[in-house]
Design a protein around this ligand. Structure first.
Ligand code: PBG
Length: 326
């Protein structure tokens, strides 16, 4: 009955017209690049399940950070491969550790680049869980004290944003309190508020050497079946003082990104995780799909769903691709 008066194709006739009415776009300033930092010098170890991703020693991480800034990326997120692991993850707050050293060195080399630090214990505990254990049970409240120490050590090194990814209850509040009591009220908290117990993290656990030695993370990370619970998590983190909330993974959780976007006024981030990256790389390396087109479409869908920020291993590629099409 609307046809032939209404012809949606009218506005699709030329690229200029399409651009003019485009609802969503990707921008380099919305992309955060994740990096894995280790000890040593001149280290650039490839992560087999993530072609194009490496573990860097601090000196190489600095070069990478300089490159990120020159590509126009606003920030990076750092994960650490420590020199030692123990039951309580104490290397996570060691000022001599890779992350703290990398933060310091990168801040000095590129002060304008925003440094986010993943604040979790799984890379630092001998058992690979994100918190302290009592038997086989991950202890919530005891873990909070350690997480607060970790966040504080990152802030002391010069981190702009700390990003708790452990999924303990109350960690945003505990970290906020510790930061404020120590004069770091300007350090922001990006909460992995909605983090699902996901099979999409598989390749990351190789990259960060953080796979749990027994069991899984389902007693602290969220059940992939739940979305109302995501709202509850975000409400709680808002009350505890989160500055940015994140949904993770991204691609299989676009509905959750949308739901979170509609219930909050703070920025919403999403993490285009290692498994999402590995799937694209595997297919692209087989010539089964066009990497650039797939990546741009995937990331655009995250923006359309409501993400203000995207953490992605494709960040540097996207920055280059966006420059080409400009
Ligand atoms: C640490 C952490 C994980 C990721 C980010 N922080 C792994 C996990 O929870 O097992 C996953 C990132 C990715 O898959 O790219 N807790």
């Amino acid at each position: 009955m609307y046809f032939p008066k209404l012809r949606p194709r009218r506005l699709r006739q030329t690229e200029t017209l399409r651009k003019m009415v485009r609802e969503t776009s990707l921008a380099v300033c919305d992309m955060i690049y994740p990096m894995f930092v280790s000890h040593g010098r001149g280290v650039k170890t490839p992560v087999p399940s993530m072609p194009g991703v490496f573990q860097f020693s601090v000196d190489v991480a600095v070069q990478e950070a300089v490159e990120c800034a020159s590509l126009g990326l606003p920030g990076i997120i750092l994960f650490g491969l420590p020199a030692y692991k123990d039951e309580t993850g104490s290397s996570a707050y060691d000022p001599e550790e890779a992350v703290q050293q990398a933060v310091k060195a990168i801040k000095k080399a590129v002060p304008e680049l925003i440094i986010i630090t993943d604040t979790c214990l799984c890379e630092y505990t001998s058992h690979g869980h994100c918190g302290l254990l009592d038997g086989n049970i991950v202890q919530n409240d005891a873990t909070l004290e350690v997480l607060a120490r970790v966040a504080l050590s990152h802030a002391r090194a010069g981190a702009d944003v700390v990003a708790p990814s452990d999924m303990m209850d109350g960690r945003v509040g505990a970290i906020r309190k510790a930061l404020d009591e120590n004069g770091f009220e300007q350090v922001a908290i990006l909460s992995y508020a909605v983090k699902y117990a996901s099979a999409f993290y598989g390749p990351f656990r190789d990259a960060a050497d953080s796979a749990p030695m027994f069991g899984d993370r389902r007693s602290y990370q969220m059940d992939p079946a739940n979305i109302r619970e995501a709202i509850k998590e975000v409400q709680q983190d808002l009350a505890e003082g989160a500055d940015i909330v994140m949904v993770k993974p991204a691609l299989a959780y676009l509905d959750v990104i949308r739901a979170v976007k509609e219930m909050t006024t703070i920025p919403v981030a999403t993490y285009n995780v290692s498994g999402e990256y590995a799937m694209v790389k595997a297919a692209a390396n087989n010539g089964w799909l066009n990497e650039k087109d797939i990546v741009m479409e995937m990331l655009l869908s995250m923006k359309r769903a409501g993400a203000d920020l995207i953490l992605t291993y494709f960040a540097k590629d996207v920055a280059r691709w966006l420059k080409e099409t400009d």
